[in-house]
Design a protein. Sequence first.
Lengths: 210, 210
Amino acid sequence: MIEVGIVEDNVKIRNLIQRYLDMQDNMSCKAAMDSVEEMLEHLGEHKAPDVLLMDIQLPGMSGIEGIGLIKKKYPEIEILMLTVYHDSHKIFNSLVAGASGYLLKHTSLPEIKESIENLVEGGAPMSPQIARKVIEHFNKPETEKKPESDLTSREQDIVNGLVDGLSYKMIADRFDISIDTVRAHIRNIYKKLHVNSKAEVIAKSLRGEI
Amino acid sequence: MIEVGIVEDNVKIRNLIQRYLDMQDNMSCKAAMDSVEEMLEHLGEHKAPDVLLMDIQLPGMSGIEGIGLIKKKYPEIEILMLTVYHDSHKIFNSLVAGASGYLLKHTSLPEIKESIENLVEGGAPMSPQIARKVIEHFNKPETEKKPESDLTSREQDIVNGLVDGLSYKMIADRFDISIDTVRAHIRNIYKKLHVNSKAEVIAKSLRGEI
DNA sequence: GACGCAATCACATGAAGATGTGATTTGCTC
DNA sequence: GAGCAAATCACATCTTCATGTGATTGCGTC
């Protein structure tokens, strides 16, 4: 028997989902609250559910803030977002906060039921549009992360040395060139990157700006 | 009509999938190759399919390398991985390379068909286990990224100054303290982090190791 | 109230870095 | 083959950094 909890402020939707899920013979849905605060209070006094359906827009604390708090105190609860928001920022923040799935609100009741089952079996239910956004999160970096300053390969070597925390002397040894050559390269690097200290070069490099 | 291509070296599996998909009245599957090289050759001479099912373990070039090449020349092709591998590294690399979905090979034919439909409709089909791994990719950073060295807040301020590329003098000015105080803090920071240069502190910080 | 710790400041010294002004060699392009 | 960029090296000078030693103040704890 899967224990399901709901945090949703729209009474109609909440009741509808609760009744439907509670009606299933492999699920029980008793805890249905309209705010994170109430749910937290409930959790303090009752056995924790296995799965929590959570809205984002809620009175008081937002669902996303709620995820963090709930996951911190009850890490074993699987949180499934059920919301109208499909902007990358909210999706991303929810997942980072600890949600294990993300459904859009137009999802049908049987699909919600399936998703909950999927979740307890180790899946991560997502509406197709959401899945696509999540995937794009991986694609983007690859194509966008090329501000590509035009450092020569030798200059890039030197930058790598700096990032590794090496001194000029150590860099010179690593590439078997003189320390004055290292200085010369660094001078050129500074000009190209418009900086004037090792520190800035390292920072730029590690931020992916080189 | 959805044009589907297949790159899969196991003849039995390849033929099975091809026949099944080609049998569907909304799909056509003519191009079925057993290597990326062959598929690239085929693509050069024929109209590109809408979706490409791709294995990872292949003779010659790996499927993951293939994704990049194919996506580069034919960015409009949606690539759906169909493989036995479920290790995070392969999943992650596939997605970064440009795959739009990732199915495990035990997926049934009807499910593969549905996934292809889902894909062309803008979804990102994934087996539940895969979805979970992808989601965990977001969770992990949040929970693990706390190596939390115990720098005091003042020390953290100084580190931020260093990361911003400031000199000791500039840091002193920013926080309105003497340069010798900055030196003192930095000495302590070096001790705590077991480093001995600005560069290493900046690198550590930007790598999230502080 | 003794103790530890964070935060502040001081003085000193040797090492590392930043910058200026050169120069030579190699390889590519027009 | 003149012109140019990249890579190499040299010497000089001034600034910044790393490190040692030491001190004062304030805050929380046992």
